[in-house]
Design a protein around this ligand. Structure first.
Ligand code: GLU
Length: 419
């Protein structure tokens, strides 16, 4: 609009001068990209899409004048202003990444735990693998380790199946079929609550239940397409795959999940007209979705951002859906360690038997840690270690703010009331 165009010269001057680091009076595309990269703003970041595109079509990328520059920034002014004023949620991103790298290296030495082997496809994964990705609510990204490897999501699909059911049917209907209480038992324990319903959506019975409610009126193939498409949107259109061998193995090793489903059917827990076999297969398919840690961190960041992707600014889930989901991740997301995790780490998270943990710091960032060696409860050993180190270093525990006066913990966040 007219007002933002009027602001261009003055804001443009400030941004231009803040980026020029020598006496030449010119910028190069490479210099600009490097400086943005240090802030965690990658080239593909949709918030600066037009800006980067405008830079790409300049005649001389090694000699960008002020006039070229002010034309290039026109379309992405708001976000550029945020960068200039150091208003990104993690203003000193470079320093933050250095410290995260130290935590990553330190926890890498931990070789405890064993790779899950109840299906051969998991048993064959290289135990040494370790990846960590971060995406902030401003789309600042940082990655370490085996970030190109895909892994299957397993139980980390459960929060998203729950969100999809909520989006479709609302909390009242969904919770007439599944509770909200930690079960206090193993994730696949043959047990239901006193109403004959699964205890919560983060354990197997509850996730089979939420799967039965996702777009139930559609054909099963369309339902799976919907799920994949939702994962793609959540991840800012990263690669989301499907591991068919994992799916086939899950289906073959599924006596307990069948038992849970029959138990629920006996108690009339499912919505009317639920097809039991189709629902179970759908649940195994959701567990067999695969992606890498970068994509998963983007997804976690969408939760941290209240359901809107920080990379594409598309709203995928409503804030109230995300609020419900994070509440249950906080109480039930980490298998039989959920209470301990909530006490020690104080953040919503969800783990999967493939060694993935997604950690959400609401209004700040999403983190994905993937390392296949898991402990006897099913949580990634290095993943837990990483979370512990993270909250020892930073005041990210939900209740750290109550004791901030005596804490030596750092706060890397930008606070609106600070300059
Ligand atoms: N697909 C597994 C099952 O249903 C879930 C494993 C997990 O907890 O990640 O048994």
């Amino acid at each position: 609009n007219d007002q933002s165009i009027a602001q261009v010269p003055c804001l443009g001057t400030r941004i231009f001068h803040s980026l020029v680091k020598n006496d030449s009076g010119f910028l190069t595309t490479k210099e600009i990209k490097t400086q943005f990269y240090e802030l965690g703003i990658e080239y593909k970041n949709q918030k600066l899409k037009k800006f980067f595109k405008n830079l790409d079509i300049l005649e001389d990328p090694n000699k960008i004048t002020f006039s070229d520059f002010s034309k290039a920034i026109k379309d992405d002014l708001i976000f550029l202003e945020k960068i200039l004023h150091k208003n990104l949620v993690i203003p000193d991103f470079k320093n933050f990444c250095d410290e995260i790298t130290e935590i990553f290296e330190k926890t890498k030495a931990n070789k405890d735990g064993k790779v899950a082997s109840y299906i051969p496809q998991l048993g064959r994964v290289n135990p040494e693998k370790y990846a960590m990705s971060i995406c902030t609510i401003d789309g600042q990204q940082f990655h370490l380790g085996d970030i190109k490897d895909n892994f299957c999501v397993q139980s980390s699909s459960k929060p998203f199946s729950y969100c999809m059911a909520l989006e479709d049917l609302g909390s009242k209907k969904v919770h007439s079929h599944v509770g909200r209480e930690p079960s206090g038992k193993g994730f696949n324990e043959l047990t239901l609550n006193e109403k004959g319903l699964p205890h919560n959506p983060m354990i197997n019975s509850g996730a089979i239940m939420t799967c039965s409610m996702i777009k139930a009126h559609l054909d099963i193939a369309d339902r799976f397409d919907y799920v994949l498409e939702t994962w793609k949107k959540l991840s800012g259109y990263s690669y989301i795959g499907f591991n068919n061998s994992v799916y086939l193995s899950e289906r073959q090793t599924a006596d307990r999940n069948f038992a849970l489903a029959y138990f629920m059917r006996e108690k009339r827990a499912f919505p009317e007209k639920t097809n039991l076999l189709e629902t179970l297969e759908f649940y195994f398919q959701c567990c067999s979705i695969e992606l890498n840690s970068k994509a998963m961190a983007n997804i976690a960041a969408t939760l941290a951002n209240g359901g809107t992707s920080p990379l594409t600014e598309e709203e995928i889930f409503s804030p109230s859906t995300v609020k419900n989901c994070l509440s249950l991740m906080g109480s039930c997301g980490m298998y039989d360690f959920s209470g301990e995790f909530s006490f020690k780490i104080g953040l919503p998270a969800k783990s999967g038997i493939s060694g993935v943990i997604i950690l959400v710091i609401p209004n700040v960032m999403g983190i994905c840690i993937w390392s296949p060696r898991v402990d006897h409860l099913g949580n990634s050993v290095r993943g837990l270690d990483f979370c512990q180190e993270l909250v020892s270093h930073y005041n990210f525990h939900m209740y750290d703010s109550l004791v901030s006066h005596n804490l030596e913990k750092k706060d890397p966040r930008h606070h609106k009331n600070k300059s």
